[in-house]
Write a protein that binds this ligand. Structure first.
Ligand SMILES: Nc1ncnc2c1ncn2[C@@H]1O[C@H](COP(=O)(O)OP(=O)(O)O)[C@@H](O)[C@H]1O
Ligand SMILES: [Mg+2]
Length: 1003
């Protein structure tokens, strides 16, 4: 394009900052416009130049933060719009680079891309704005979607602050909360000064004054700490328990997204806002997954991670959690953050748990969380951040003196002493009651009503019937409602006009309040939850149902994104079919948020609303997954069984369900059902895959093969492996690649090929990592560490396990962290670091024990026995070994063999040959059924040594010969000479086997 090459705007000048460009026409008008623009821009310290192509270029450069400059630029652009009338305008910011010529090119190109003005669009037309500038602006600036770009419409005056609630038309003084304010101030100061995360939970009955205290505190914080980011989310009775609902609100508010924005605008706003602190791949990932969380969905075509996550609830949950934490960490690094959760008793478990994780991982960040709720918030979320810095405050009643002050300030000194005493006594320190009582007195009602409900109802009764009707219908939406929504419910033609008047009147009567910055336009809230409840209770059953149905339809049209809200509306509205679909979505969101109980419950509600068979199949599959995560395998199997029958054969879901069912049957271990396993495997192999289910098919084969390999159904597993190897695997589908490698690794392990196991395990870890499946990648990393240990590559094993441990701790994967510690303990002992080995092993055992995992606890004790034996601490070693034997019972062949071998080893070391032999023989007898190779060498070795100690020289030599041969055979399969050497030399049992073989002269 053309660019002015005058001396002032040559590319040499290279200015930093923001640009506002206005597009006019060359000619005499330009000079005039330039004067006006200069006058308007002077206030912003901007430099204004004219280009000879008729543009006016305003540059904002100099000191100050990027945010300050963007704000100035936006204001300057708005001021220019006022003086330049219908000239197209655009504002852009170049943060890191040079504005100069390039920035100008971009800006002017934006302008040229705008369609020409018409009379109709002239005044309302927004100013074109780039993502960077938009992302730097706060919510005060109204950003809208506009011709596929973003547009700046206006700056809302003071929209940032909440309008104060009034009593009898006046704002009331804030009374009697000095102590609570002081505590809150101390907490926020501590968070900021020491850069630590701290949560405050403020509980109290409705009306006591939680929200008011919060409002005053937020105002104070905003005044005192200019840079702090304050984010507020509110619970609502209609969306109570909506998975991640509150966090989604936070994300949408932070990004300035409104539900009425188009998807493209929402996407642009989110990514603009996140680019404030994030860049590159992180920005893309965090945007996509916070988008998923806030229902601003991005297409998965370009994103392998998104595609993978949408196929797995666990992965989706992990990714959203990671995105949230990365975002919060980046924000906290740039400035302090105060996150407020209003009415958390209507909140949701996943939000609570995401914040729990954030508190754990951002312990040293200037972050304050302030949650408010009714006392039963504890029953709903029993473990509310109990593991973190948490201050809990029960907000008590207002004191008599504080109450009197409030009364006096509102009604004046004229009030008679007996009236005052009665009001104060009756309100009993509840601020809401007190306000209502003051109203009664002011309205000259002498007899004070007995309860607050009666009080509110009396007030409602004095309303015009039409206003009451408006209010009743509004209550169907919950604590928050919208003018257009109420209009839609009223249904008649004139509604539009008079609803506005009614609402104004209701605001004046202080029953509702208008809210700026709402999700949809013209948003209102009930003044208090108690008012809403009183109104809602006055609806007749028939009216209520009809209203809910219409409300659901309106919300769906308006772009409501909360599945629970819609499900509730449609169920209460009697539209069960639609309720099913929304409940299913809500259940699936709950699973994403690891809220298993809620997921099961939601799915039940969907089924109860009359789901079709296919829907039911999908819901049962979802419930089975939730059961699996809580360890209820029988319940999972039952649901899977039913789901497999309901889902169409050959579809993605069907493959998933059938392979899981097969695994469940194998797990249950009933040999009687092995025939049933056969049938399932055959069906998996014979079914014709739907066109979009090829990956699901291969993944299902892999899943089935892995579970069959060690179950004594090796032949069947081999048939599945053959199918997998013959299938065409799309190398771009990283999850699929990861699964296939996982299957190959298991197969290698079953065949005693440790090196092969290691290779495939590492490949699969890499693939899962690339797919963003950090959780599975971490598990595989841990397995790789174990394999390296078995191969004697102790340094590498230690590194791999430590890496897995860090990842597992970060993700809160307790049991994986426990397993990693157990493996690490053994590796450290092999390397001679006995003290640390013992400490690490004991921590691993603690974790396993705490999570009630007896098998892992047993395994840890077996390892510990081995470590202690190496350290010649025989007494403790014996205790550990016996504990391992007891704990494992007859549960797992491998761990049983390891435990007995460890016991035999101590007994041998303490010269109790006959007992040692008994234990060694028990271990030895298990070898044919032991799956992996980890246990074999120690078992054979101790068996041979025990035989010799018991005096049976011949049998001992023979046993050792077999042990040595097996070992050599294993070693010969390891391709790398270095690996082979470490396998034979660095693993104690292996090394001793070869040494003894020479000593004993075994040929
Ligand atoms: N300390 C106070 N001083 C003055 N008015 C108060 C005070 N606490 C609460 N109020 C008023 O009482 C009403 C109910 O308080 P609110 O904070 O909404 O209660 P909650 O959130 O605990 O249900 C509000 O109108 C509020 O402005
Ligand atoms: Mg409140």
């Amino acid at each position: 394009m053309d660019r002015p090459d005058g001396p002032t705007l040559g590319s040499q000048e290279q200015l930093f900052g923001s640009l506002v460009v206005a597009l006019g026409a060359p000619g005499p008008a330009l000079a005039h416009a330039l004067d006006r623009a200069r006058a308007a821009a002077a206030a912003f310290g901007a430099k204004v130049e004219a280009g000879d192509d008729g543009t006016i270029v305003t540059t904002l450069a100099g000191s100050g933060s990027a945010r300050d400059r963007a704000r100035q630029a936006a204001r300057c652009a708005l001021a220019l719009r006022d003086v330049l009338g219908d000239w197209p305008l655009a504002v852009t910011t170049s943060r890191a680079g040079l504005v100069g010529a390039d920035g100008l090119d971009v800006t002017t190109a934006m302008l040229r891309a705008m369609p020409p003005y018409t009379d109709a669009t002239r005044r309302a037309r927004p100013i074109a704005i780039d993502g960077t500038t938009a992302g730097l602006l706060d919510a005060r600036f109204e950003i809208v979607g506009h011709d596929g770009q973003l547009g700046l419409r206006r700056e809302r005056p003071g929209a940032d602050a909440e309008a104060p609630r009034t009593l009898l038309g006046r704002p009331t003084p804030f009374v009697g909360r000095e102590r609570e304010m002081a505590t809150l101030e101390a907490v926020v100061r501590g968070c900021l000064d020491d850069a630590t995360a701290h949560a405050v939970l403020l509980t109290g009955p409705p009306g006591v004054g939680k929200s008011r205290l919060r409002r005053e505190f937020v105002q104070l914080v905003r005044r005192r700490h200019e840079r702090i980011e304050v984010w507020i989310a509110r619970g609502d009775p209609m969306s109570a328990g909506s998975p991640l609902g509150m966090l989604a609100q936070v994300v949408r508010t932070v990004a300035g997204v409104r539900d009425s924005d188009t998807l493209r605008t929402r996407q642009a706003k989110l990514s603009a806002r996140l680019s404030r602190q994030l860049a590159g791949d992180d920005l893309t990932r965090v945007t996509e997954f916070l988008g998923e969380l806030a229902d601003i969905r991005f297409p998965e075509a370009k994103s392998a991670q998104l595609r993978a996550a949408r196929r797995s609830h666990v992965l989706m949950g992990d990714q959203m959690r990671r995105a949230w934490e990365d975002f919060l960490a980046a924000e906290c690094a740039a400035q302090p953050v105060l996150l407020v959760l209003e009415d958390l008793h209507w909140g949701d478990l996943p939000t609570v748990s995401f914040l729990d994780g954030a508190m754990r991982n951002l312990r040293d960040a200037p972050l304050m969380i302030l949650a408010l709720g009714q006392p039963d918030v504890h029953r709903l979320f029993p473990q509310l951040w109990s593991g973190h810095a948490l201050t809990e405050m029960r907000l008590g009643e207002l004191s008599r003196k504080a109450s009197e002050r409030l009364v006096r300030e509102v009604v004046g000194d004229a009030i008679a002493e007996p009236s005052m005493a009665r009001i104060v006594a009756q309100a009993a320190g509840n601020a809401f009651y007190l306000e209502e009582l003051i109203r009664s007195v002011a309205e000259g009602r002498a007899d004070l009503p007995s309860t607050v409900l009666v009080m509110v109802q009396a007030r409602l009764a004095s309303l015009d019937p039409e206003a009451r009707r408006v209010l009743r219908l509004a209550s169907v939406f919950g604590a928050t409602f919208w003018r257009a929504g109420v209009t839609a419910l009223l249904g008649d033609d004139g509604a539009e006009r008079h609803v506005g008047e009614q609402l104004d009147e209701l605001v004046r009567r202080e029953l509702i309040a208008h809210r700026d910055n709402g999700r949809f336009a013209e948003e209102y809230t009930f003044r208090h939850g108690l008012v809403r409840d009183a109104v809602y209770g006055a609806l007749t059953d028939a009216d209520r149902q009809a209203a809910h149905h219409l409300a659901g339809q309106w919300l769906e049209r308006a772009g409501e994104t909360d599945a629970m809200v819609l499900a509730e509306q449609f169920e209460r509205g009697g539209d069960r079919q639609r309720a099913v679909a929304w409940y299913e979505r809500a259940a699936s969101q709950a699973l994403d948020g690891n809220d298993y109980r809620t997921a099961i419950e939601r799915a039940d509600r969907a089924i109860a609303c009359g789901a079709t068979p296919t829907e039911r199949g999908a819901l049962l599959a979802l419930q089975a997954e939730a059961h699996r995560w809580t360890g209820e395998f029988d319940a999972a199997a039952t649901r899977l069984d039913e789901a497999a029958k309901l889902l169409p054969e050959g579809g993605g879901r069907w493959y998933e369900v059938t392979s899981e069912l097969l695994a469940a049957r194998v797990r249950a271990g009933a040999t009687a059902s092995l025939a049933a396993v056969d049938v399932l495997a055959d069906r998996l192999m014979d079914a014709a895959a739907a066109p979009d289910a090829h990956a699901a098919q291969i993944i299902a084969w892999s899943r089935a093969a892995v579970s069959l390999v060690f179950s004594g159904a090796g032949a069947l597993a081999e048939r599945l492996f053959a199918r997998i190897e013959a299938a065409a695997v799309d190398a771009g589908d990283r999850v699929l690649v990861g699964r296939v490698h996982q299957a190959r690794a298991t197969r290698a392990m079953a065949a005693g090929d440790v090196a092969g196991y290691l290779d495939h395990t590492m490949e699969s870890a890499q693939a899962f990592d690339a797919a963003g499946d950090v959780r599975t990648a971490c598990v595989q990393q841990n397995n790789a560490g174990y394999a390296l240990a078995m191969l004697g590559a102790l340094g590498e094993a230690e590194a791999a396990l430590r890496k897995a441990l860090v990842a597992a701790d970060r993700m809160g994967m307790t049991s994986t962290a426990g397993v990693a510690r157990q493996n690490l303990g053994l590796v450290l002992a092999y390397s001679g670091a006995l003290q640390e080995a013992r400490a690490v092993e004991e921590r691993g055992i603690e974790t396993a024990h705490a999570s009630g995992d007896a098998l892992m606890t047993a395994c840890g004790h077996a390892y510990l026995a081995e470590i202690l034996t190496i350290g010649r601490n025989y007494e403790a070693a014996e205790r550990a070994a016996r504990m391992a034997v007891t704990l494992v019972g007859d549960r797992d062949h491998e761990v049983r063999a390891m435990a007995q071998a460890a016991l035999a080893r101590v007994l041998l070391a303490t010269h109790r040959a006959p007992e040692a032999l008994v234990a060694a023989q028990k271990a030895f007898a298990l070898l044919p059924v032991v799956g992996s190779v980890g246990a074999e060498a120690p078992v054979r070795l101790v068996h041979a040594e025990a035989l010799r100690a018991a005096g049976d020289e011949g049998a001992a030599r023979e046993a050792l010969r077999v042990a040595r041969d097996r070992l050599m055979e294993r070693a010969s399969r390891i391709a790398s000479p270095a690996m082979r050497a470490s396998f034979l030399g660095q693993v104690p049992a292996n090394a001793r086997t070869t040494v003894l073989a020479t000593e004993w002269g075994v040929d």
